[in-house]
Design a protein around this ligand. Sequence first.
Ligand code: HEM
Length: 149
Amino acid sequence: MIKAVLYIHVLSATAWVGGSLLLFALGILLRDRDAQKSVYAHLGPIYGYFETFWLTLLWITGLTMFFHFGIDEAMAHAPGSHLASLMHTKLMMVGVITVLTAIHMYIAFKTHTAERTPLEHLVSRGSSMLIFLLNLVIVWYAIGIRDLL
Ligand code: HEM
């Protein structure tokens, strides 16, 4: 049973991180501004729902394994252990990307058919860049946790 949960977790991670890699690549490789605007206008909302779905699954399956493997107890009774510190950092990073995703989506939906202010532009760009970079680090931490279980 827990193997199926891990399977869904890893599948969700590939979809969540893969989606962000694709959009990052589009942002760099699609230089034509009109084409980029049009692609983002059509893809944006679908991408938003797609990513929210997989991030929700990551939380559900991640927390299921978290309690199944007793990581909650390890963190409570041995907070200085390697496992506890890796999990603590991973949870902090996932918490940050969840908040950033909510901010990013709020701006994206609010300004979908309207012009963005310079501040909205900066926050939107900055949050997606941070989410992208943190994703790469989270996968590294996930492997470290797996090694210890
Ligand atoms: C962006 C969010 C997340 C990503 C990209 C992610 C990614 C991954 C990946 C790729 C693995 C498999 C590592 C391996 O097999 O070597 C993994 C394992 C794991 N994740 Fe996550 N994860 C995320 C969120 C979470 C959350 C929110 C929790 C807990 C609350 C969590 C708990 C775990 C646990 C306990 C394992 C180890 C399970 C095992 O190896 O048997 N993850 N994660």
